[in-house]
Design a protein around this ligand. Structure first.
Ligand code: NAD
Ligand code: IPM
Ligand code: MN
Length: 350
């Protein structure tokens, strides 16, 4: 099969982890007899530097055409002086998510057995943890009117019932394939959007009598996630809460460098990216853990191309790397980014 996708490595460690993922994808293509057709494009700060804008028309056109996007990360200190849509984050990532209607962002948290001993948290806090965060990605405070006036600054937070309903359906559908529990996280003791969120989630839950529904306030959730992570199956939440909670979840998983994500809509269009950012503190040093990016590539194969076996082969190779200690420093190993990529590629090919 021709695997035609848009490859947008972006900034900081994006190109480093991206290169490792491309090596693994090439090994997969060789092994399984596929043809890899990546369309490389600039995005974010790299695109600002070369072409003067964070999301050049040619980059967007390729994303729209292929409908499968593998993204590293965008942003960094070099572009932090920029404002609004001139910034890499607001000018590339957010419009891609919005314009392609990628309203459902899926972020898994299942600590690998090989990492449990190395984690900063006690073994009993981690063992048995296996949840997925279903983060709403195209609404909320990220996309409301923002600005400055003589009183200060503002960011409007809005949700329509339809926006909440469709992401809730995604969460309940996913729960039906798992342990049949949804934990909806909001701030309904303060926010009107959260009150609508909760009412709508309750309505949707009525259509899924087999699924248990729990509601938690987001502040309490930050604590519950560290004390009873095993109780969660599908965690359903709005855009900003999901952003924050998944960075916290990375501590359970062992590192920012191991959690992939898929941003999807209702068909096969998807954007696949690690949950981490451009990590300017370690960029250019070969220290970045490429696993989240490699796992994101596997998800692209599964969700946009229906290549389950190929995705599973990559996931098995990642697990083998962890079991053998073939990791970067964040996980206690001494390999570089590219060495981890090469090791996993070798395993996929074998
Ligand atoms: P970050 O995720 O880049 O880094 C947070 C910490 O985690 C850093 O100490 C970093 O070294 C570490 N880390 C991250 N990824 C790692 C990896 N693969 N291996 C090992 N360690 C890793 O978050 P930040 O520092 O707050 O943000 C840096 C920039 O990235 C900002 O400009 C931000 O806007 C951007 N960002 C972009 C995305 C994206 O494009 N999807 C996501 C998050 C942040
Ligand atoms: C993420 C990032 C982005 C977000 C930023 C860079 C806009 O933190 O994908 O987790 O907040 O969604
Ligand atoms: Mn984030």
């Amino acid at each position: 099969m021709n695997i035609n996708f848009t490859y947008v490595p972006g900034d900081g460690i994006g190109p480093e982890v991206g290169e490792a993922a491309m090596v693994v994808l090439n090994a997969m293509a060789n092994k399984f007899g596929h043809t890899l057709e990546p369309e490389f494009h600039l995005i974010g700060g790299a695109a600002i530097d070369e072409l003067g804008e964070p999301l050049p028309a040619e980059t967007y056109a390729s994303c729209e055409k292929t409908g499968a996007i593998l993204l590293g990360a965008v942003g960094g200190p070099k572009w932090d002086h920029l404002k609004g849509a001139d910034r890499p984050e607001l000018g590339s990532l957010l419009p891609l998510r919005k314009n392609l209607n990628l309203y459902a962002n899926i972020r898994p948290c299942k600590p690998y057995p090989a990492l449990i001993n190395k984690a900063p948290l006690k073994r009993e806090r981690l063992e048995g943890t296996d949840f997925v965060v279903m983060r709403e990605l195209t609404g909320g405070i990220y996309f409301g009117t923002k600005g400055r006036d003589n009183l200060g600054a503002y960011d409007e937070c809005r949700y329509s019932e339809a926006e909440v309903e469709r992401i809730a359906i995604k969460a309940f559908d996913l729960a039906m394939t798992r342990r049949k529990k949804v934990t909806s996280v909001d701030k309904s003791n303060v926010l009107e959007t959260s009150r609508l969120w909760r009412e709508t989630v309750i309505k949707v839950a009525g259509r899924y009598p087999e699924v248990e529904l729990e509601h938690l306030l987001v502040d309490a959730m930050t604590m519950h996630m560290l004390t009873r992570a095993q109780d969660f199956d599908v965690v359903l939440t709005e855009n900003m809460f999901g952003d924050i909670l998944t960075d916290e979840a990375s501590v359970l998983a062992g590192s920012m460098g191991v959690i992939p994500s898929a941003s999807i809509s209702d068909g096969t269009v998807g954007m696949y990216e690690p949950i981490h950012g451009s990590a300017p503190d370690i960029a250019g040093q070969g220290k970045a853990n490429p696993l989240a990016m490699i796992l994101s590539a596997a998800w692209m194969l599964r969700l946009s191309f229906g290549l389950d076996t190929e995705a599973a082969a990559i996931e098995a190779a990642v697990e083998a790397a962890l079991e053998g200690g073939h990791t970067t420093g964040d996980l206690g190993g001494n390999l570089s980014t590219s060495q981890v990529g090469d090791w996993i590629a070798g395993h996929v090919q074998s």
